[in-house]
Design a protein around this ligand. Structure first.
Ligand code: GLU
Length: 307
């Protein structure tokens, strides 16, 4: 195999012409303003090697990628009891869909769609305040990234809160089934703030490395979750990490991954590496268009795909 830096650069160069395809997330005003020409990527291996491309060190809004960190913390808090509050099946619906919730009695299909992440946030919020809950998530991420400069973009958080009508509706609806226990406004506030965490490609790949290494941070040696839990989180990302385009992502890339409407995608290569790509223009499913294409090119060159 060629050197990884060469593979990363060639894969990203080959999709650069596609970075203007799609649209930045326009339903959150602060995200609609992002420069659509940004394009970065990073690979961090379990040996701790780092390879970068383009805007790899420029922070962006991680958005739904934060759902993986919240899920990890909620599993560490509740264990398998969490599955009474949220399912683990692909939704086949949009990230912010409300349709399944009524038929399925307020239990969201999985923790990586908005309804599921709101239920997970509610679990983290119990006996706490939204500020403490967000601090807990932020400090967990700082530890995983081994970087305490990771922070929340207050402007994005406020912008999302101002336009959170759909997320408030989802939370209120689940509350009617007693699947939101805390105050809805606190849950949505905590949720919008953890989605508004800002990180760069390198920090994100570094912070997902434990999922590539059976739950243990390979650099610090800290066991973050058990090997079984890491496998399960990866399975959920594989099946549900890209909303109703999760099948398409598995077909094209063949790795567990999670996307966010900030244009970032993190993918996990078990026992090898974590990869982040960032390109803000999204396809109609809310996933980065060029980012998906870059990951497809990387797995074609490395054959790291597990499917
Ligand atoms: N904060 C976003 C929302 O709730 C997350 C969506 C995403 O990244 O897919 O709408």
């Amino acid at each position: 195999m060629k050197h990884l830096q060469q593979i990363l650069s060639q894969a990203c160069d080959s999709v650069r012409k596609e970075i203007a395809i799609g649209k930045t997330a326009n339903y959150i005003p602060a995200l609609a303003r992002i420069n659509p020409n940004k394009f970065g990527a990073a690979i961090v291996t379990v040996e701790g090697e780092i390879f970068r491309y383009g805007d790899a060190t420029e922070p962006f809004s991680i958005q739904s990628i934060s759902k993986v960190f919240a899920l990890t913390l909620a599993l560490n808090k509740l264990g398998d009891q969490l599955w009474l509050r949220v399912g683990r099946e692909p939704s086949g619906s949009a990230f912010n869909s409300i349709v399944q919730l009524e038929k399925e009695l307020g239990i969201p299909r999985n923790p990586l769609i908005n309804a599921g992440a709101l239920a997970v946030t509610d679990v983290l919020l119990e006996k706490s305040s939204s500020d403490n809950c967000v601090s807990e998530i932020l400090s967990f991420i700082q530890t995983l990234a081994n970087d305490d400069t990771v922070k929340i973009d207050a402007e994005v958080a406020q912008s999302e809160l101002n336009t959170a009508h759909r997320n408030i509706s989802l939370a209120e609806f689940m509350k009617s089934f007693n699947n939101i226990r805390c105050d809805v406004s606190e849950v949505v506030k905590a949720y919008c703030h953890h989605c508004a965490i800002s990180m760069n490609c390198e920090q994100l790949a570094r912070s997902f490395l434990f999922l590539a290494n059976e739950g243990k941070d390979p650099v610090t040696g800290k066991q973050v979750v058990s090997p079984q839990r890491a496998r399960r989180i990866n399975s959920i990302m594989m099946l549900c990490g890209h909303y109703d385009a999760s099948g398409d992502f598995a077909f094209r890339v063949g790795l567990p991954g999670k996307s966010g409407v900030g244009g970032g995608i993190v993918a996990v290569v078990p026992n090898v590496a974590a990869i982040t790509v960032w390109s803000p223009c999204l396809n109609s499913n809310g996933n980065s268009h060029a980012g998906t294409a870059a990951l497809e090119a990387i797995t074609q060159a490395t054959r790291w795909n597990i499917l």
